[in-house]
Design a protein around this ligand. Structure first.
Ligand code: ZN
Length: 263
């Protein structure tokens, strides 16, 4: 996997889609409750893309999730070098938003046991923190615990800066967060793991097997897609093909992904 970044403008904000590489999973793991005909073209060992978002407001640099990290997979851990290629050092990041604690989103959060982004304030939903910090044997706990004094926990939806709103979208995990980013009439919604793959937009119960509350997650997924459609928002999805950017269109079967193509 080559280094990949995709900078683009959303109103006054400069955004960069950054690849951390790939997350090797089995097809069965990544596509629970999914009809075979939708996924038979996907190999049994599947490399799920890992796309993360950097938001540069001009005053602040905000990173959404930290990637799987090289320590957890040799096919991942490219986020820092890709940031560097865009002229951004890890010391430049002022805020890190953690959409949820699964390792493919928090694996890069520590370097030698210390916060990778040393001057950042970390933010996550309180329910997410509570779930994982009550499971001291989990990998998620091991990633989060050293951040105890660096983290701000949210218990309600919050506009952290004008135009950047964190929204509690539970189901995949209890404290899963999505983002709504709005600037000068342009709107982007960041899905994180509400969505798993473009083909499953035709079958919304499909989900990654570790989903904590699939029934709730299905409701969240439906609401998220309806809102994105009604607002004609650009979507950014972590595990969709790079750069994970596109729009959705309603079809007879559900929804269809219209990707933003990059060269
Ligand atoms: Zn994920």
């Amino acid at each position: 996997m080559t280094n990949q970044t995709h900078p683009f403008q959303l109103g006054a904000f400069k955004l960069i889609a950054i690849s951390d590489g790939a997350f090797p999973v089995t097809r069965d793991f990544f596509f629970s409750e999914t009809p075979d005909e939708l996924i038979q073209h996907i190999p049994p060992q599947y490399n799920a893309p890992l796309n993360f978002l950097l938001i540069d407001t001009g005053d602040k640099k905000i990173l959404v999730d930290t990637g799987l990290g090289y320590a957890h997979s040799p096919t991942a851990g490219k986020l820092l070098s890709n940031l560097k290629a865009e002229g951004i050092d890890r010391k430049d990041i002022q805020t890190v938003i953690i959409t949820h604690a699964h390792l493919d989103h928090t694996g890069g959060i520590l370097t030698n046991g210390k916060p990778t982004f040393p001057y950042a304030q970390y933010m996550m939903h309180k329910e997410e923190w509570d779930v994982w910090t009550s499971q001291p044997d989990s990998n998620e706990y091991k990633q989060l615990h050293p951040l105890k004094t660096h983290i701000k926990l949210l218990s309600e939806n919050k506009e952290i800066l004008p135009g950047i709103r964190l929204i509690h979208t539970p189901g995949h995990t209890a404290g899963h967060l999505s983002l709504s980013i709005f600037s000068k009439g342009e709107h982007l919604m960041l899905a994180s793991d509400i969505l798993n793959h473009p083909v499953t937009l035709e079958h919304l119960p499909s989900h990654i097997r570790v989903e904590q509350a699939p029934t709730q997650a299905l409701e969240t997924r439906k609401m998220f897609l309806e809102e994105a459609s009604s607002k004609s928002a650009l979507l950014f999805v972590c595990h969709y093909p790079f750069p994970g950017l596109g729009r959705i269109k309603r079809t007879k079967k559900g929804w269809k992904w219209i990707p933003v193509l990059v060269q």
